[in-house]
Design a protein around this ligand. Sequence first.
Ligand code: SF4
Length: 503
Amino acid sequence: MSFKKSLFNPDDFTLTFELVPNRGGSGKGQNRILNLARQAAVDGRLKAVSITENAGGHPALSPEVLGLEIQDMGLPVISHFSCKDKNRNQMESLLFGWDRAGLRSLLVLSGDYPQQGYLGKPKPVFDLDSVQALDLISQMNRGSTKGNPKIENCKFQPTSFLKGVAVSPFKILPQELIMQYAKLHRKVAAGADYIITQLGFDARKFQEILLYLEMHDLKLPVLGNVFIPNLAVAKLMHRGDIPGCIITDELYEQILREAKSADKGKKARLIRAAKLLAILKGLGYAGAHIGGPGLTFADLELVMNEAVAREDAWRDLLPDMAYWPKDGCYLFQADPRSGLNLPTPLTAKKPVKSANLSYHLSHWVHQTFFEPQGTFYTAASKACLGLERAGHENCLRKFEYLIKLALFDCQNCGDCRLADLAYLCPQSGCAKFMLNGPCGGSRDGWCEVYPQRKRCFWVLVYNRLQAQGLAESLRTGFQPPRDWRLNESSSWLSFFKKQNNSV
Ligand code: SF4
């Protein structure tokens, strides 16, 4: 049965496994992956394997290479497709290639921040965010892409991609969590077909996503992430060195205790995964996505067999899967009897009208100068268009830039989004230049790229909008990608020209 058929078949519990290629066109690591895939293809219980793309931000063999070999074995492949290393044109080009080659199941991600490469750290591309990438792929599936004003009908043979997305309920602060779900709404609107969760070890958190989807009538199959860390990775996750992945103090202590056994705790870690697998099935997940470093197919067989043996008693396993930091938030009230959540949201804090002077001042300026009913709208429009006519466009651009640099740390992109993002600049504020919501990497409200140094841009946006009672607006809308034609131009002039239909 194909991966897609299995995923949308309510009677099927779809199992997939994550493969992580490393550097090199061939070698031990790639051979190990192919061997595992060969065994999985013969076994038949895994409905697909996913192949990462430059996992952790490190360069590695690209997913389509092993993907095609594995598809030839008769095992479906999910190719990770991330935004970190390629611009929108390269994305389109690559996708045409994958469509032609028959690699049509994707997991669309923002991607990890690029790490050390040839002679240094590479440029983080992030030309599109994951919502915009989904929109691009949805347009490709319809056989035309919008965007180039000179090509009215940019039509081609429609592609047929299945588009998976990631979401993390494993966020410590409510602001981070609510923003994860807000972005999920945008992903669904942009064409997401299915979800794979972030990895975690807390049944209540896993159930939270299902309750949220039900409450908001979002009907997408969800695969729960069953991650089996080795000791080294558990240590990194516990220290917070792998963005978005949390291993609590209690779980880490447990893993260290287990490591004293002859097999260094391997069997115990596999059994924990089997328990989570059984719980996910019991909770009503469409399936599970298994992963972990250095696993063999025999390890996977053990996990799958032990999970089946525990399926009927999954509720008894819930106390063994309750690893969440004490200060970590939940979205729903606890049900002490079941150990899960009640379908009752925890009361959201009432918006507190904040005295954020920068927000209120910026909002006043926007309403007064850039809204057609604003007092100085006509005067501002005439001044900007007049300066252009008089050949002083450059002076206007510099004037605008200097003001915005002082107030917003402007990066002179010319495609200003201040008014859409609570008067915070995404070009200087977000390390990945995301325009439709956060990536999954923040921890405790800190940016994945600058932990303990810079707050996540989206936590700041949420705080400002929540204070105005506007937090729900983050679920809707679509911010198009930055238009690089406007780079180092006056966004005020572009705005008024558009208003006057002079572009
Ligand atoms: S969005 Fe662009 S124009 Fe607006 S403040 Fe940021 S860099 Fe400057």
